[in-house]
Structure formats: structure tokens, C-alpha cells
Design a protein around this ligand. Sequence first.
Ligand code: SF4
Ligand code: SF4
Length: 345
Amino acid sequence: MLEKVRLGQTGLMVSRVLMGCIPIQLLPESNAVRLLRYAYDSGVNFYDTAHVYTDSEAKLGAAFSGAQRQNVIIASKTMSDSYGKTIEQIDESQRRLKTDYIDLYQWHNPETNFEDFQHRRGPYQAMQDAQKAGKIRFIGVTQHSVKRARFAVESGAFETLQFPLSLLSSPEEMDVSFLAAKAGMGVIAMKAMCGGLIEDGRLPFAFLNRYPHIVPIWGIKTAGELDQFLELSKHPEPFTNEMQAEVEKLRAEYGDEFCRCCGYCLPCPVGIAIPQATRVTTMVKRGAMLDALFTPEHREKMRKIDDCTNCRTCVSCCPYHLDVPRLLKEQQEAYVKMNAERQDR
Ligand code: SF4
Ligand code: SF4
């Protein structure tokens, strides 16, 4: 069986392989259910989804609505900005998941400075009320920004933090994980495969396995991918000097290219939605939010890149020094091609 670790002060004992349920959106329901049950039979007990991941919750509901439910930990999340919408989404997620409780409910990347959110009637109060009503067990938060993640930890309001942590993470990002662990929070790594830039799990797994306070989520679409993580978890490889050299090489290769969605570059004076636009091809490759990526609204968002004046305000604000205008152009070209391919089908 897989090793289990404690998820901070939630006390939940989770397998070191957490399954990210974005990619199951790409599978027909019967295949998704087969994959989820295979993961369950292999000892994976934590599944991370979100209200916004189209049919991901419903597929989890189809896989685990029976006797398995009590043996799995289901994490979902909301991007809602109001009390009422959050309650509606919790109720809808429960219907889709065919369950009357969600183990961990996360406020997904809130754009708040965390100074006032505990004192107004918004998503956080909705989660607290849902917790009191027994609909959710623990309240967590996800963040992409170092600054807001620090505020979230310091607020003391959340029991887990989900944050981008991978071999491409900066020292500041790794520090956030230590801070959260010190505060007793469970630390969940999102984008453990560097947001889809890396396809083989061996190196990302060995890198993160050196940090026992971090539990990574792996976006898994096939039994073969799952087998690799199961094997790595049962027989972890030591992180060698050769691996460190590979990490340095990847940092040199992707250091300029990897948008962390932190939003520091916003607002763009001409209204380009930079974080969504700079990652669109990676998201399509991973099957993330496909329905939302090929709508007329999103096409317009990508067309807006034509309005870029090359003022480079975004470049000066980006903590990762990305050449944003060039990335935007490259993403736009790839998106136009993908869009045409989808329309030809
Ligand atoms: S360089 Fe382009 S994308 Fe960046 S802030 Fe200026 S107009 Fe917006
Ligand atoms: S371009 Fe830079 S500042 Fe903007 S969202 Fe991406 S990583 Fe953050």
C-alpha cells in the first residue's frame, strides 16, 4: 500500500500521490471511472477537483458514490466572489459528487489582500456556514501569488494551502511552503509538473520528495501515468547530482517562459488578460477548462493581444522577468492554430 502522510492540522492521512482531476475531463465517463477506481484500488485516497472543472466532479461522483466514499478524501474549490454563489456551488458540487460532505473545500486563488475578508459576508463566511452545517469538513485556500499566499497563511483562517511548487520554484516560493507548514497548515503542491511543461514524472517527483511537508498533486490521465507515480512513491529514487544538473538545465531552459499566473503584471493598460493568455497552450494540452478556452469570449481575449502596444509595463512588474509581449504573440499563434483544428473536426 501507499505511504500516507498527515495533511497538517486537518489530521487527514493522505497518500503521497494526490490525484489532480483536471485531466479526467478529457476522458469519456466510463474510462474516467475506470481510472479513478484503479487509483482507489492502488491506495490513492485524495482527489482534487473544482466546481469549474466541467464534468470532473460528476465523474468522481460516478466512481465513488458507493461504499468507497468513506475511504476517499475529496477536495473541491470555488472561484466565486459572493456568499450566495459560494453556497450554490457547494450544493451543486455535492449533487455532482453524490455526497453530503466535501472533505476539503478551497477558496480558489482569491484576489483579496486578506485584511477584511473575515469581517464581510462573502465566500469565506459561506464556507464557514457550510462547515457548521456539516457540508464541508475543512477550509483551505489556493494561491498563485507569493504575496497573497503569505497573507493567507498569516490570516490563520485556512487549514491548507495549495500553491505552485515544483523544481522551477523560486526560493521565495519554497519559503511560502515552509511558512505554511510552520503555521500547521497542510501544504499541497499544484503545478508539480511545472504546469505541464514537463511530461515525465521521475524528476519532479524526486525533487519534491525531498520536502516531507509538501504533498504534490499529480494531474493523471492514463493508467500508465498513474503507474509511474505509484512506482515512484513505493520506491522513491534519491535526488542525485545528475538530477540537480537536470533541474539547472530546465531552469535555464524554462526560466524565461514559465508564467506562474500570479497576476502581478495586471492591469495591462489595453486590457489584455495576461495570465490566461500566456498559458493557454499548456492548459489545452492538459485538458484544463477546455469548454471555457474555446468560447467566443476567450477568442476575443486572445484576439486582444493584437492591441498590445509593447509598452512593457508587464515586463517590469513580472517577478520572473518574463518577456510577456513575445510570449503572448507565441501563444496567440498557437491558439489560432488549435482553434482552427477544433473547428475542422
Ligand atoms: S506590453 Fe502589451 S501586454 Fe504588456 S502591459 Fe503593455 S500593452 Fe499590455
Ligand atoms: S506574466 Fe509574470 S507577472 Fe504576469 S502572471 Fe505570469 S508570472 Fe505573473
